[in-house]
Design a binder for this molecule. Structure first.
Ligand code: DGY
Length: 321
């Protein structure tokens, strides 16, 4: 029997995924779930054949440069991979895999929660009830924005953006989108394509950010572009905090230019810009997009499927490089 491959698993995963890892690998688990500092990550990888990391790990150029030669594969427990130096991995011949598809529905569901929560002032209402401040029903209490029939602008029409569009159609919303490429008609399903994302911003009553963080999208939503949006529009982000200029968004929420924002992701999580917490018109969640048991099991199993394929000499199904 060949000896088991050693996998450094940087975060605590669901019980069934950890059981599978412990059965099939020499798995270095992290029951305390403490995040490895970048220098500790490279040190902990000594003797490992593979890493199973998450979006909370910094696997940037400094870490990749220090990884021992034994590490031949990195499976990330995420669909986003902006935390990994992909070019560095390519140069070192390290295979990188990710977890597309399995988190599409959960993240799209969560995006609808952000849209509804921000539009219908759910955070304010919940706090009012919880804090014993609710004096009873009133005709003008916590009036929000009607969602049905409104125009939803989707920035990034990949798997998740398209799943958000499918859900929003159930609310009779008109879909406009901007994407690097126009979608084929069977995926577009009548949505209006804007090659210029700024043209889409002008149309949107609600903007949903569903694109990855790349050099092109970083700080996309800045003060100038918010200025192009309709007065009283709503912004939701379930993708990456880096796509938004926090100071510009906060200023627009304070000034009433934007009615509200629903945010599940932040730059430098969990140290979000403190002003967000003080604003009544923000609906804030702690990066819960893929947080269902089914999805997290699916993500973990995808990581292990990819590692199994790699060590069996097959091409991993979700190989990035
Ligand atoms: C992802 O998969 O990229 C999500 O943000 C969770 O990490």
């Amino acid at each position: 029997m060949p000896s088991k491959k050693t996998v450094l698993v940087t975060r605590r995963l669901t019980p069934s995924v950890e059981a599978r890892l412990a059965r099939d690998y020499d798995a270095r688990l992290n029951p305390a779930d403490e995040i490895y500092a970048p220098d500790k990550l490279a040190a902990a990888a000594q003797g490992a054949d593979a890493l199973l990391v998450a979006a909370t790990d910094n696997v940037g150029p400094a870490v990749i440069a220090k990884l021992p030669d034994s590490v031949r594969a990195i499976a990330t427990f995420s669909v986003g991979y902006n935390h990994i130096d992909i070019e560095g991995c390519k140069k070192r011949g390290i295979c990188v895999t990710y977890t597309p598809d399995v988190l599409t529905d959960a993240t799209a569901d969560l995006t609808m929660l952000l849209i509804l929560g921000a539009a219908r002032r759910a955070g304010e209402g919940e706090r009012m009830v919880r804090n014993g401040e609710w004096a009873g029903w009133a005709p003008t209490q916590l009036l929000g924005t009607h969602v049905t029939g409104k125009t939803l602008g989707i920035l990034g029409m990949g798997r998740i953006g398209r799943a958000v569009a499918d859900r929003a159609r159930g609310f009779a919303m008109r879909i406009h989108y901007s994407n690097r490429k126009r979608l084929p008609a069977d995926q577009e399903k009548g949505a209006v394509f804007h090659a210029d994302p700024e043209a889409m911003l002008k149309q949107a009553d609600i903007l949903s950010i569903n694109c990855p963080a790349t050099p092109e999208t970083t700080r996309f939503l800045d003060a100038r572009r918010i200025g192009l949006m309709k007065d009283g529009a709503i912004v939701v982000n379930s993708a990456r905090g880096a796509v938004v200029d926090d100071h510009a968004l906060i200023a627009a929420l304070r000034a009433g230019k934007l009615a509200s924002a629903g945010l599940d992701v932040f730059d430098r999580e969990p140290d979000l810009e403190p002003a967000y917490r003080g604003l009544a018109n923000t609906f804030l969640l702690p990066h819960l997009g893929s947080a269902t048991i089914e999805t997290r099991d699916g993500m973990g199993n995808k990581c292990v499927d990819n590692l199994d394929a790699f060590f069996a000499g097959r091409t991993p199904p979700d190989r990035l490089v």
